[in-house]
Design a protein around this ligand. Structure first.
Ligand SMILES: Nc1ncnc2c1ncn2[C@@H]1O[C@H](COP(=O)(O)OP(=O)(O)OP(=O)(O)O)[C@@H](O)[C@H]1O
Ligand SMILES: [Mg+2]
Length: 237
């Protein structure tokens, strides 16, 4: 963990997040030079999060109660692990997963990126990997000069994985089915926390993803349902 200098709250869109959690900017930017201090872990994680969060969601703040309690659980577990292992910093290792379901524009991706920022500001380290399912399949297609197994392991082993828009492709293929099964099965067996978003309604999940993936998702994920109008359409919705 390297030392990270004090952060400009505007640049990292922290004002609303700090206010929502009652965290003091003086704590975050304390002149502490200990790289293992929770404030430094938070600063480091916020900088890392900003590198992977798309511009549109750069200021996202989670307000979904189920997501917030999932995050609180990850933080508690990471701190308990840290105490048990006498580790210098708290880091996410294991945990439950969430399946965020709902129609287009209801805020699933916004909440998911908010969750990354939330975990960061809590001072808990996590190697997040974020992708849409479609981008992941594209990145994993075997092609010259690419070690697609090494790429697959990056998704598979992430300490927290955001898999956005699962099941959005028109037609599942043998290739996408195999990737889905290998990925979900690994994360299920190793209890690795995964945030999955999807537009599928529950009864379409088995149809689209198959019984074996669905069975694992049901056991490993808490289902969080998003409702309401398409927020992208604003007042017109
Ligand atoms: N709590 C929120 N506060 C402010 N803006 C929000 C909030 N939730 C969602 N939005 C905005 O509403 C729009 C739709 O949200 P989002 O992209 O998260 O939808 P989605 O459910 O992921 O949709 P899709 O299924 O099409 O991917 C985005 O512009 C997003 O920034
Ligand atoms: Mg989305």
């Amino acid at each position: 963990m390297q030392w990270t200098p004090p952060l400009n709250p505007k640049r990292y869109h922290l004002e609303q997040l700090l206010a929502a959690r009652g965290i003091n900017l003086d704590w975050l930017n304390s002149g502490d030079i200990d790289p293992y201090s929770p404030a430094n872990v938070a600063r480091h994680s916020i900088v890392k999060a900003a590198e992977i969060i798309p511009f549109h969601y750069r200021g996202a703040v989670t307000d979904n109660p189920e997501l917030l309690s999932w995050l609180a659980e990850l933080v508690t577990q990471a701190r308990e692990d840290q105490a048990d292992r006498h580790a210098p910093i708290a880091a996410v290792t294991h945990g439950r997963s969430l399946l965020l379901l709902g129609p287009t524009g209801t805020g699933k991706t916004h909440q998911a990126y908010g969750a990354i920022r939330e975990l960061a500001i809590a001072g808990v380290a996590a190697t997040w990997v974020v992708t849409t399912a479609a981008d992941m399949y594209a990145a994993l297609r075997p092609r010259h000069g690419i070690d697609s197994e090494a790429e697959f392991r990056r998704y598979r082993n992430a300490s927290v994985l955001l898999l956005d828009d699962l099941g959005a492709e028109r037609k599942p293929t043998e290739f996408t089915e195999e990737i889905n099964f290998r990925l979900i099965n690994w994360r299920y067996e190793n209890q690795l926390p995964t945030l999955i978003t999807s537009n599928l309604v529950p009864k379409e999940i088995a149809e689209r993803l198959g019984d074996r993936v669905t069975s694992r998702l049901i056991e490993m994920c808490q289902r969080v349902v998003f409702k309401g109008p398409d927020r992208r359409r604003g007042e017109a919705a």
